[in-house]
Write a protein that binds this ligand. Structure first.
Ligand SMILES: NC(=O)C1=CN([C@@H]2O[C@H](COP(=O)(O)OP(=O)(O)OC[C@H]3O[C@@H](n4cnc5c(N)ncnc54)[C@H](OP(=O)(O)O)[C@@H]3O)[C@@H](O)[C@H]2O)C=CC1
Ligand SMILES: O=C(O)C1=N[C@H](C(=O)O)C[C@H](O)C1
Length: 239
């Protein structure tokens, strides 16, 4: 496949290495380190799909540019979802192809699945409070992480005594604390903790490397061309 990489940082570089090893071709790189390369000028007919891992402030414009130019786009950037419905509309208007996941690793998508099940059960049995915690490297600019937000929003849907999340300690029983920690080079750790007077139950995912994100993004990029609409990991993995 012919890939356009938008963003050539930690994820973009890791995707390049893995993609080439799998026989794919990188036909373009859009990143501030290549100032001559501009998404608006890129001849999109030379690529099958774009993979976008940039920055919360850049992602929506990049997604818009791909959709307007008829290029299927796999986006992994977090922190831009206040624009997501606009992206969905643009995708529909342009008969485009957009794939988005706050986390592309299979392990985290299993974690999401178990998170929904556990939230439902814990709410049924009662007596538990719940919080979400995420730990990442110090270069991460957004908080809470996109993954923590996906998990928190699922808890709000399945554990109805929590009605709103807050990125600090809860100040009322209906608030779900989503706590963020930035330290060292931690790749990405997410923990959902249920506590009662009697015991504690935890669901934890700890990424050891970025390989899981990279492999999932490449799977999505291999799958997306030919699929029209807005898709996520549930469509790809069937979980
Ligand atoms: N969904 C998932 O599975 C995962 C998502 N992520 C998310 O992906 C994003 C990128 O992560 P990561 O690679 O670690 O970050 P990095 O900061 O390492 O890389 C981002 C790159 O994008 C560049 N960039 C910034 N603005 C633009 C733009 N307008 N067009 C093209 N390139 C641009 C940056 O350049 P410069 O440094 O000069 O600004 C940098 O080279 C983050 O939002 C992160 O949360 C990360 C891992 C997994
Ligand atoms: O910025 C990162 O590094 C990561 N970002 C994603 C997120 O915000 O959830 C996914 C992963 O945790 C790594």
């Amino acid at each position: 496949m012919k890939l356009l990489l938008i963003g050539y940082g930690k994820m973009g570089r890791a995707i390049e290495a893995r993609a080439v090893a799998r026989g794919h071709q990188i036909v373009g790189i859009i990143d501030p380190t290549y100032p001559e390369a501009n998404i608006a000028d890129f001849d999109t007919t030379t690529a099958d799909v774009a993979i976008e891992f940039t920055h919360p402030d850049a992602a929506f414009a990049n997604v818009q540019a791909c959709l307007r130019q008829g290029l299927p786009v796999v986006c992994g950037s977090t922190g831009w979802l206040h624009h997501f419905q606009e992206a969905v509309k643009l995708c529909q208007t342009n008969d485009g192809s957009l794939f988005y996941a706050s986390n592309y690793s299979v392990g985290v998508n299993l974690f999401f699945h178990f998170n929904e099940y556990i939230a439902t059960k814990m709410h049924q049995f009662g007596g538990y409070d719940v919080q979400v915690r995420e730990i990442h490297h110090t270069q991460k600019v957004d908080q809470p992480s996109g993954t923590a937000l996906t998990a928190a929003e699922a808890i709000l849907r399945h554990f109805p005594s929590k009605t709103i999340w807050r990125n600090e300690a809860a100040q009322a029983p209906n608030e779900l604390a989503v706590l963020s920690e930035r330290t060292g080079s931690v790749v990405g750790t997410h923990i959902v903790t249920y506590t009662s007077e009697a015991d504690t139950l935890e669901l934890k995912h700890e990424a050891h490397t970025r390989d899981g994100f990279v492999d999932g993004a490449l799977l999505a990029a291999e799958w997306l061309p030919g699929h029209q609409g807005v898709f996520g990991m549930k469509d790809l993995l069937g979980i």
